[in-house]
Structures are given as structure tokens and as C-alpha cells.
Design a protein around this ligand. Structure first.
Ligand code: TYD
Length: 404
């Protein structure tokens, strides 16, 4: 196998075993899930981390159950990102903003009043339909060179192209980035947000590894990727969402010199990453992954052995990896609450845990919630308490097993 960014040799670093695609929830307990290997490998050249085995994106996204939750922490992230875009002059009131992987259009809805025009692009029919109902013009397509050219021919070239948490969701990022480079005008800006591998590794987020996440981007691997398509990194914004994310801002390498001058923080973050991202960090991450597995398995066995009821909170994709890698099933954790109506009544694959509405968590609730949506820890705990559940305690699995 080779690096799907730079073509150099890769080495396996972590094997999580055969796992079901995390967002393909079962409609009945008896349905048999299909499992595929989940192996993380690392490039010797650009330090790209990637999945060894990639599923076909058409299978993963045609009918998609992940709908962006309308959460306070996401709203404040949108506000900060939008302020950064306007404050740094990347967007203005006349901008045409195209976002691909736009899901139900929450970020575009946030931007719409401040720019000239917004257009969403998403591959899932069901998700596009919801976005349109909510008033966001959305085309149903996978973004690649061909669709980029087609979109530009029909709508004109967008001065701002956004891709949030979707460029790791495809085995060929070259097709995506080439499409961006094709349609970006000379003064255009490309904004790409992803989980940041340094944060993923430093806080032991092995549950971020699932089939949809085919890449774990670093500044180094992204600069390598951008350079191959004539794009240049000019700015970086770090964000706490999704356990630690990074927003990359890039321009065409042939843009005018003043637009290409990188912000000071690019140099600083690049330096910090060069110091911290190394083989020793990956080894510690792998060790900690096995420790969390052992600790959580023991804690759940102990609590269940003493007749405590445990439910999961948040039918996240991360939760599927966490539960199935640790080996937790409906025998220990019978229910998982989640706010997404599309997920309710379905079952987490392999673990076979039934998903139910969040209000089940407020009436009485179990002794413990295993926080599979640990990235929303504060707001979920606050919500549960404010709804009158003062009884349930929370097991936080990441960055280390803890009870709060
Ligand atoms: P997220 O952490 O975005 O996901 P993933 O690991 O799948 O990328 O998913 C959050 C899930 O948690 C989503 O299914 C909605 C659910 N959720 C709640 O049930 N209650 C809440 O208060 C919040 C914020 C999310």
C-alpha cells in the first residue's frame, strides 16, 4: 500500500479489527451487518495517516443518517468562523459561497444574510431534500472535477469554496482538490475544515477512526496535497469542535503576492506540529487506545455486575467504533439516546444497541450514561440536569476513562 496523498510507503500503526460502517444503523436487531477491516496506516513521507481499506463512497453516503445537530457549540463555532472569514477579508457582502458536503445547510444558513449568494452541494438525496426545505439551494452531487466544472458552468465561479469535515470522507482527495483548483477564481479562497490529527492523537481519540474517515489530516500532509494542485496555505484557525479541529485557508498559488502572504500563525502552528507529530506520539496513542479499551471494559463489567443500569448518550459514528472495539453490546448497555429523529428506532451495528429519543434520558434515566458524544460533554450534561434528571452520572471515555 502507498500513501494516497504523496505516493510514499506507508506502515500499519493500529488495527481495530473488522467493524461495521459506523453510520449505517440497522433497522432491526436481527439484521446482519457487514464488517470491513479498520486499519490505520502512516506515511513515511508526508506523515499522512489514512485508512488502509476504503469503502465505496456511493455506499456510504447515498442515504445518510448524519444530520448536523443544531447545537450551541456548533453555532458558536459557525459565528467564530464567519467572523474570521469577514475579518480577514476572505468573504464580503457580495461573495458567492459554495459549500460542498453541506449536509442540511446549517453553516450556509448562518452565512446567507452576510453574503451575496450561497449554494450547497451534498451527495445524499435525503439530506439535500431537508436542506432545500429549510430554504438552502442545494445540488445533489459528489464534489469532484467533473461536478465542479458543471457547477461553475451553470452558476459561475464561487469566490469562496468551503468543505467542512468532508475531505477525509473520500479515498481520493486529489479529485476533490483538483476540482477546487479548477473553479477557484484568482482572488478566491478555499476553506477546508477537518479533525486535526495532532489533537486526535494527543487526546487518544481512537474512536475518530471509522470507515468514513479515510484521512487524518496534518498541516504537513495538507500542504503536500494542496501543493500538488497549485494551492497555497495562507491561514489556519484552530477550533475546539469535534474534539479539536483545524480550518485551512488556501489560495491559488498563482494569486497575487499580497494575497499569498501567510498569516504569522501558519508558521507558528507548522512549527508546533513539527515538534509534536512524530512516531513516539503515534506509539503512545496506540498504547493509550488499548488502555482505554481495558479500563472501559472493566468499569462497565463492574458497574453492570453491581446492578447499575448504563445507557449510551449520542448515537455517534465515534460511538460505533468505541462500543465495538471495546466489545460493549446491548447486554450491558440496552439503549442509546439521540436527538436525531432519523436515528431513533434503529440499532447501532454490531453492538445492537437500540436508539431512542433524548427525552427518555430526562424521565428518570439510568444510573450512568456512557457519553459516546463526549465532544458535546458540557452541553449534554447541562441539558440533562436542566431537564430535571439529577440522578444519572456520566462515564466519559475520552481522553481517559472517567466518571463525572
Ligand atoms: P457528532 O459528535 O457530530 O458525530 P459523529 O461521531 O457521528 O461525527 O454527533 C453527535 C450525535 O449526538 C448526533 O447523532 C446528535 C447527538 N446529540 C444528541 O443526541 N444530543 C445533543 O445534545 C447533541 C449536541 C448531540
Amino acid at each position: 500500500m502507498v500513501c494516497r496523498i504523496c505516493g510514499d510507503t506507508v506502515d500499519p500503526v493500529l488495527d481495530l479489527g473488522a467493524m461495521p460502517p459506523a453510520n449505517i444503523l440497522k433497522t432491526s436487531r436481527d439484521e446482519r451487518e457487514r464488517c470491513f477491516p479498520l486499519v490505520l496506516e502512516k506515511c513515511r513521507g508526508c506523515f499522512n495517516l489514512q485508512l488502509r481499506d476504503c469503502l465505496d463512497e456511493a455506499d456510504l453516503y447515498r442515504h445518510y443518517l448524519y444530520l448536523t445537530p443544531n447545537s450551541p457549540s456548533l453555532r458558536s463555532h459557525y459565528a467564530r468562523l464567519a467572523d474570521h472569514m469577514f475579518g480577514e477579508g476572505y468573504a464580503h457582502e457580495g461573495s458567492f459561497v459554495l459549500e460542498f458536503g453541506s449536509n442540511v445547510g446549517l453553516f450556509l444558513r448562518h452565512l446567507e444574510p452576510r453574503v451575496g449568494r450561497v449554494l450547497g452541494v451534498d451527495p445524499a438525496q435525503n439530506v439535500c431534500a431537508i436542506a432545500r426545505e429549510r430554504g438552502i439551494e442545494t445540488e445533489c452531487a459528489f464534489f469532484n472535477r467533473q461536478t465542479a466544472q458543471d457547477l461553475a458552468a451553470r452558476h459561475g465561479r464561487p469566490g469562496v469554496v468551503i468543505a467542512r469535515h468532508c475531505c477525509a470522507h473520500n479515498k481520493d482527495p486529489h479529485g476533490i482538490i483538483a476540482g477546487v483548483a479548477d473553479i477557484l477564481p484568482d482572488d478566491g479562497i478555499f476553506i477546508m475544515e477537518n479533525a486535526y490529527v495532532l489533537k486526535t492523537l494527543l487526546s487518544n481519540q481512537f474512536d475518530q477512526i471509522y470507515h468514513e474517515h479515510m484521512f487524518y489530516y496534518s498541516i504537513r500532509s495538507v500542504e503536500t496535497l494542496f501543493a500538488m494542485h497549485g494551492l497555497r496555505l495562507v491561514d489556519i484557525l484552530m477550533a475546539p469542535i469535534h474534539g479539536g479541529s483545524v480550518v485551512f485557508f488556501a489560495r491559488r498559488a498563482d494569486a497575487k503576492a499580497s494575497a499569498l502572504r501567510p498569516r504569522n500563525r501558519v508558521q507558528r502552528y507548522r512549527g508546533e506540529e513539527a515538534q509534536a507529530l512524530n512516531d513516539a506520539l503515534v506509539s503512545v496513542f496506540v498504547e493509550n487506545t488499548h488502555k482505554i479499551k481495558a479500563d472501559l471494559k472493566a468499569l462497565i463489567a463492574d458497574l453492570v455486575g453491581r446492578d447499575n443500569q448504563i445507557w449510551a448518550y449520542g448515537a455517534t459514528a465515534k460511538g460505533s467504533t468505541l462500543l465495538n472495539f471495546v466489545g460493549i453490546t446491548d447486554r450491558q448497555v440496552p439503549f442509546c439516546v439521540d436527538s436525531t429523529p432519523l436515528k431513533q428506532g434503529r440499532y447501532i451495528p454490531m453492538a445492537n444497541i437500540e436508539i431512542c429519543a433524548e427525552d427518555e434520558a430526562w424521565r428518570g434515566g439510568p444510573d450512568y450514561f456512557l457519553l459516546t458524544a463526549w465532544n458535546y460533554k458540557d452541553e449534554i450534561m447541562e441539558k440533562v440536569r436542566s431537564k430535571g434528571n439529577t440522578r444519572s452520572r456520566f462515564i466519559v471515555p475520552i481522553p481517559a476513562v472517567d466518571i463525572v
